[in-house]
Write a protein that binds this ligand. Structure first.
Ligand SMILES: Cc1cc2nc3c(=O)[nH]c(=O)nc-3n(C[C@H](O)[C@H](O)[C@H](O)COP(=O)(O)O)c2cc1C
Length: 261
């Protein structure tokens, strides 16, 4: 490993912050975070995302409920929703008469498909992580909320989202309450299980077992006899995940639908 410079130290010491001090963020700080997000790499320099800042306390309170009852959302001084956004480009294509051009040259004019949703989601998430690191450099902590992908119909209505806009991630920001260094850094799997060269390596039973040695994960669910059962019961098979699956299916159905909603 190379000697740690200030950027490497920042990345190494980041931890998710869920308890925020009451200190508000200044407009300069918010602008700096948004600017940092917008300097992120973006496919084809197309910026296939939008950033929705939630300033209304009632909406934050509602998000607590629609995002799996997470009270820290309501207490975060800055809440940003990162939207995968293809609407802007397709509206621009429309006013630019791209469908007419396609007709003229005998090309099919395609509307956004699954790949466009994934690419726009890549853009939005990379921008979100740039926002996280920018905030971190100002001493401002953050917490991703993946549950924004749940309750698609409610969020669509709440935020007036057209069909080619999908909320892929929400991030809460705020100065940490208390000493953030006291929050232990979470462990990661050893690199050899994550980093492969040239070919994907499917892990054997022994390797999968070894992967969990030295992990800081704890078995909490009384029904779970091992870590696989624990993670399935509390995450992958939990009610919030079931809702996320339902919600994302519904969103993709709208994204791919023929009718112009
Ligand atoms: C896509 C994504 C979604 C997440 N969703 C939530 C969430 O809904 N609520 C929450 O408290 N933390 C959430 N987190 C934070 C993770 O729980 C956290 O990153 C993880 O436990 C590792 O801890 P660390 O960030 O402190 O290293 C999310 C993180 C990511 C990347």
């Amino acid at each position: 490993m190379v000697e740690k410079n200030s950027t490497l130290k920042l990345i190494e010491n980041r931890r998710t912050i869920r308890a925020y001090s009451k200190k508000e963020l200044t407009q300069e700080e918010i602008n700096t975070i948004i600017h940092g997000a917008m300097r992120a790499p973006t496919a084809g320099n197309m910026m296939m995302y939008s950033i929705l800042q939630i300033t209304d306390q009632d909406i934050k309170d509602k998000l607590v409920k629609t995002c799996d009852n997470q009270p820290h959302i309501a207490k975060a001084p800055l809440v940003l929703i990162f939207l995968a956004d293809m609407q802007r480009w397709w509206d621009y294509f429309s006013i630019s008469k791209v469908p007419e051009l396609c007709e003229e040259i005998g090309e099919k004019f395609d509307t956004p498909q699954e790949s466009d949703l994934l690419l726009a989601s890549c853009d939005a998430l990379i921008a979100a992580q740039n926002a996280v690191i920018t905030a971190e450099s100002l001493g401002i902590g953050s917490c991703y909320i993946g549950d924004i992908m749940e309750n698609y119909e409610i969020h669509r209505e709440m935020f007036n989202l057209p069909k080619w806009v999908f909320p892929i991630a929400m991030v809460c920001f705020g100065y940490p309450r208390g000493d953030k260094e006291k929050i232990p850094l979470t462990s990661r799997f050893p690199q050899k299980f994550i980093h492969f060269k040239n070919k994907y390596q499917r892990l054997s039973e022994e390797e999968l077992t070894e992967m969990f040695q030295n992990s800081d994960r704890k078995i909490v669910d009384k029904k779970a006899k091992n870590m696989g059962q624990e993670v399935y019961l509390r995450k992958t098979g939990a009610d919030f995940t079931k809702e996320m699956r339902r919600s994302v299916k519904a969103a993709i159905k709208v994204w791919l639908s023929e009718n112009d909603e």
